[in-house]
Design a protein around this ligand. Structure first.
Ligand code: G
Ligand code: MN
Length: 410
């Protein structure tokens, strides 16, 4: 009935503590419960992976050495689970090692707090939640983990995000799609766009996927995927009537992609106009690797109807090149963690070069994600990357705006 769940529902843990020493887990949990924060203690990175399927904690405390795993494994698990909260390293190990691990976490796109050295006092723990509060002095209540602790302000993704039930949002017709232009980097011309689902909430305005994807049921994700595909078909027709012909893309979770109803939907509803260039469905690399055979089969079947698959965030999912050789993808989307600073960072440039070459050898398109400045754009051209998207070329926009941004084609 209530479509707006609080950021942290009552049956959810606000914190997860990963430490192989149960006494430490208990100690931290006790201190946190005194300030109204509930937490779940776990011994290993593996256990964390399991817990993240149900839990969306605002903060994860992470010890360095864990049960048959370590903090680096934990970081990988968090990255793969697209963890949007903050990570608090805790250890008695030397500060240099702690700092190197913090840097690795940041490289994985995680919000890493300043490491906490063991032994620590309960006061230190409390400060994590209360610093930045004017009335701090250790007594500020933080039940909702909200008052936006100063440490979290730097990274908006780490703030607890308003959660909306996806099934109810679909029911209420709040779903909408914004398009981010995709450009030919050599010609500086818009050739297509990536559709990004969002909620147009009557009270809270535009809400991104972080507000409706975590915790969404499989059935709701299937319906969302059906929505974005139908919308992309309809919006292409709108643009075609305005004389445009963009190659549109949408994102889909792998479970929805391999559901037989998806092929049926494409088969029945794809535009019949002979000019239609087809649709691109983006699936993340990690997902592809998990369901390799089923996704490969769906990819081949979808191709029959003009739909190709793109591997999204390529390079971030640790796929093996050997397996990739057998995967029928049509596009690789170079993860923005490599694209950003590729002009000045030799390692990033070299990774981009390898992926551009890989795409070319596979006969696939390579699209650089997250281009934010001219230097990186120039560098990508030198590397031979043909296509790109990013704030430099345009933020996600309405179909009307996209028509304005796109060249009329005869
Ligand atoms: O997973 P995928 O790469 O499809 O996610 C697209 C997301 O990337 C969107 O949320 C979009 O707003 C964001 N995005 C798009 N372009 C840029 C950019 O240039 N810089 C950054 N930081 N984010 C971007
Ligand atoms: Mn994408």
């Amino acid at each position: 009935m209530n479509s707006l769940a609080p950021a942290v529902a009552e049956d959810r843990y606000q914190c997860v503590v990963i430490d192989d020493d149960p006494d430490i887990c208990t100690l931290i949990s006790k201190v946190l419960s005194k300030i109204g924060v509930n937490s779940l203690g776990l011994p290993s990175a593996n256990a964390l992976a399991g817990a993240l399927k149900q839990q969306h904690p605002a903060i994860v405390f992470l010890d360095i050495t864990l049960d048959r795993s370590d903090a680096i494994d934990g970081i990988r698990v968090l990255r793969q689970g697209s963890f949007a909260g903050a990570v608090q390293l805790i250890s008695g190990k030397d500060p240099e090692l702690l700092n190197s691990i913090k840097v690795i976490g940041e490289r994985h796109g995680l919000k890493m707090l300043e490491p906490l050295r063991k032994p620590f006092r309960s006061e230190h723990l409390r400060r994590i939640f209360t610093s930045g509060n004017d009335n701090a002095a250790g007594s500020a209540p933080v039940q909702k983990l909200h008052p936006e602790p100063a440490k979290w302000k730097a990274a908006p993704a780490a703030d607890p995000v308003l959660q909306v039930n996806l099934a109810e949002a679909l029911e209420a017709h709040w779903l909408d799609m914004a398009y981010q232009p995709k450009v030919d980097l050599f010609l500086n011309r818009v050739v297509g766009a990536e559709g990004l689902a969002r909620i147009n909430h009557p009270v809270h305005g535009h809400l991104g996927p972080q507000s409706f994807l975590p915790g969404a049921s499989g059935a709701a994700l299937n319906r969302l995927t059906e929505f974005v595909i139908r919308k992309a078909f309809l919006d292409w027709e709108v643009m075609a009537r305005a004389g445009r012909n963009p190659h549109l893309a949408v994102n889909a979770p792998v479970q929805a992609l391999i559901d037989p109803s998806l092929v049926k939907l494409v088969r029945e509803h794809h535009p019949r106009n002979p000019k239609w260039p087809g649709l691109i469905i983006e699936v993340t690399e990690g997902d592809v690797v998990k369901e390799f055979d089923a996704v490969s089969e769906a990819a081949v079947q979808l191709r029959i109807y003009g739909v190709i698959l793109a591997i999204d965030d390529f390079g971030s999912g640790y796929s093996s090149f050997a397996r990739l050789k057998q995967f029928p993808f049509g596009e690789i989307k170079l993860d923005r963690s490599f694209v950003q600073n590729c002009a000045s960072d030799a390692m990033n440039a070299s990774i981009c070069q390898s992926i551009v070459d890989l795409a070319r050898a596979a006969g696939a398109t390579c699209v650089a994600e997250g281009i934010e400045n001219k230097d990186d754009w120039d560098a990508l051209i030198r590397l031979g990357c043909n296509f790109g998207q990013g704030f430099l070329f345009g933020r996600p926009m309405s179909v009307g705006k996209l028509i304005e941004r796109t060249a009329r084609q005869g």
